[in-house]
Ligand binder design. Structure first.
Ligand code: ZN
Length: 631
């Protein structure tokens, strides 16, 4: 009832702001609108096919051009009919899902505003990311700028977000499209002008013009990355809903057997995740794969995933985990989201204590989906959860930085936690496991974390996300038990987790052991600014910290390996033998500095999930509930 009230207000605002759209795509439009508003009910039958707006509302069309052989920038033109005066245009400072500032204003070049007759309009740059124009009352204006790609050196191994190379490119919405301040709910059309032979792969709504797409709002527009260029397309259905994968291998190819395994994997992931919720909250879904660096980012009805050419062309199994993780985000975070994360304020950082839910519980479900879909075995599940438990137990930060705290401080340097770092992915993966075990235990396997996820989707998958109190209440409403105490200890607090108390419900116990491991430990975090250097985390007690590595040092090279991102750090550190020499070149306070040390040893904690000797029928049922999805 409360929800419906809010839904009406939101729908009204949307309807009053959107521009007139009387075309064949109106039906699609409303399907999309209802996706955007998730569970907001329609108010009348006509809501399903009519969008109403004032004739005088702004209308925005974008054109994005890749010019000939120029790979330095995307060139953007915005045509704005009925602009307000003054009109303030903003390029987002961060992108949902990637919680760091991008300094996106520095990518924008050659900004100009004109009347349709070509007269230049006065522009004031009022911040790093915003421009205010005096439209002089013009009924229609044209804005042009370039969105330049930083550091083209990296593009031979591009990330999964934003690049432009010889035969393809990825258009990252937040770094490419400006919004008209105050009018983010205005629908937008975008047309792509591309080199001959290039195609378009995106979750945006197609129109009758194959180069033009449509989005019901700015938020949806920028949440729909666009792969352009030469790539392969594979189509499949999951639970009757069309899905496809677009795969940019930058010239390499997948053989027919690899294609079959790859598509079968994606179908299984999709069907298993949809089965958890009962239906797909979109009308089609696009997996975008790019040969390059690792990483993935979730979007409303698509995801971009970067995988090395080798994995993509020969070993589709290497894409299972990231595919399951990103796809589960379609629900958890894109729709079920912490209240603070939407509507998005793109001008400043947005903090939440619940990234452990959005990312970590998604990591737990990654294992659940792989197991239930048959893509991994019970032994695989056991091994991966054992590793996670071991990594957690071996990290002293678990007793210092709570899951809520590590979520909250994502925007900060680890120095705010005295260089103790623990990932909310890891913490949330284990909290998801614990919650699932505890719910199943206290309800005799009648309820599970699946019920919580469904409840959250039903109640907080709309225009407003959940608060911490609502999350706790949701678990209680969906399943019965009260997790107040659990929260105080393990979510807000840093109490040691009594693993066996929880694991026994599914017939497991955990055995911890210590083994001598090479200590070349160097943690790393993302750059403070886009295109900047990855920064070091000096792990307390490590040989690197003893040798003088300081958290925040900008990493240049480790043992001659150039550090572009965290995968380089991991690879460089892993290659160091016991007693091996480590040379770390960093920049500190603008000055180059070299830190040398010999790798020492440390006691690494390992964990192994073992079966309890007396397996009861109840334990088997609970374990099967987790691994096979049966209650
Ligand atoms: Zn994620």
């Amino acid at each position: 009832m409360k929800r419906n009230g809010r839904g009406r207000t939101e729908l009204f605002r949307l309807r009053s702001k959107v521009s007139r759209q009387r075309s064949a795509i109106s039906l699609l439009v409303l399907l999309w609108t209802s996706t955007a508003l998730a569970q907001t009910p329609l108010q009348t039958y006509s809501d399903a096919f009519i969008l109403q707006s004032r004739r005088t509302d702004p209308k925005i069309d974008y054109t994005v051009t890749v010019r000939g052989a120029d790979r330095s920038a995307y060139y953007v033109e915005m045509r704005i009919a009925n602009p307000p005066n003054p009109a303030r245009l903003v390029i987002p400072n961060w992108a949902p899902g990637a919680y760091r500032l991008m300094d996106s204003g520095q990518n924008i070049g050659a900004f100009g505003a004109f009347t349709t007759a070509g007269d230049t309009l006065p522009v004031t740059r009022d911040s790093d990311i915003s421009w205010t124009l005096d439209t002089r009352g013009a009924s229609s204006i044209v804005v042009r700028y370039s969105a330049a790609l930083p550091d083209p050196v990296q593009w031979h191994r591009p990330n999964n977000r934003w690049f432009l190379r010889a035969t393809s490119g990825m258009i990252d919405g937040p770094r490419t499209y400006m919004y008209l301040d105050g009018w983010k709910l205005t629908p937008a059309q975008v047309t792509f002008r591309l080199p001959a032979g290039w195609r378009i792969g995106t979750g945006l709504v197609p129109t009758t013009d194959s180069t033009t797409y449509w989005a019901p709002s700015y938020d949806v527009l920028i949440d729909s990355p666009v792969l352009v260029g030469r790539f392969s397309t594979y189509r499949f259905t999951a639970r009757g809903v069309p899905h496809r994968a677009v795969v940019d291998l930058a010239g390499a190819t997948q053989g027919p057997r690899v294609q079959r395994v790859f598509v079968d994997m994606l179908r299984r992931v999709s069907e298993t995740a949809i089965a958890i919720f009962g239906n797909a909250p979109y009308k089609d879904y696009t997996y975008i794969f790019v040969a390059g660096r690792g990483g993935g980012l979730e979007h409303l009805n698509s995801t971009t995933i970067g995988v090395t050419t080798d994995v993509l062309a020969r070993n589709p199994g290497g894409t299972e985990s990231v595919s399951a993780h990103e796809f589960f985000h379609t629900w958890n975070v894109k729709r079920i989201r912490p209240a603070e994360l939407g509507p998005f304020d793109y001008e400043r950082p947005v903090r939440t204590m619940n990234l452990w839910v959005s990312e970590g519980v998604t990591d737990y479900y990654t294992e659940v989906i792989l197991s239930r879909s048959g893509l991994s075995s019970a032994a695989d599940f056991n091994r991966r959860m054992s590793n996670a438990i071991g990594n957690h137990r071996g990290n002293a930060a678990r007793l210092v930085v709570s899951p809520e705290r590590s979520s909250w401080t994502v925007w900060d340097s680890p120095e705010v936690n005295n260089s103790y770092t623990i990932s909310y992915y890891l913490q949330g993966q284990l909290l998801g496991f614990l919650l699932d075990l505890a719910i199943r235990d206290s309800t005799d396997n009648a309820k599970s974390l699946d019920d919580v996820m469904r409840y959250l989707f039903d109640h907080y998958g709309g225009e407003r996300g959940f608060t911490t109190d609502e999350l706790r209440a949701a678990i209680r409403s969906a399943t019965g038990p009260n997790f107040q105490d659990f929260w105080r200890r393990y979510v807000s607090g840093t109490t040691e987790i009594p693993w066996d108390e929880y694991l026994k419900a599914a017939g497991w116990s955990v055995r911890f052991s210590e083994q001598i491991a090479v200590d070349a430990r160097i943690g790393s975090i993302t750059p403070a600014v886009q295109g900047g250097r990855w920064r070091a985390v000096a792990v307390p007690g490590s040989a690197a910290a003893a040798a003088g590595l300081v958290t925040g040092d900008e990493l240049v090279r480790i043992n001659r390996r150039v550090i572009v991102d965290g995968t380089d750090v991991t690879a460089a550190v892993r290659a160091v033998p016991a007693g091996g020499a480590v040379t770390v070149q960093v920049i500190r306070a603008g000055q180059p500095l070299t830190i040398r040390f010999a790798a020492g040893t440390y006691q690494q904690t390992r964990a192994v999930l073992t079966d309890l000797p007396d397996q009861t029928e109840r334990m088997r049922r609970i374990r099967s509930g987790i691994l096979a999805g049966s209650n």
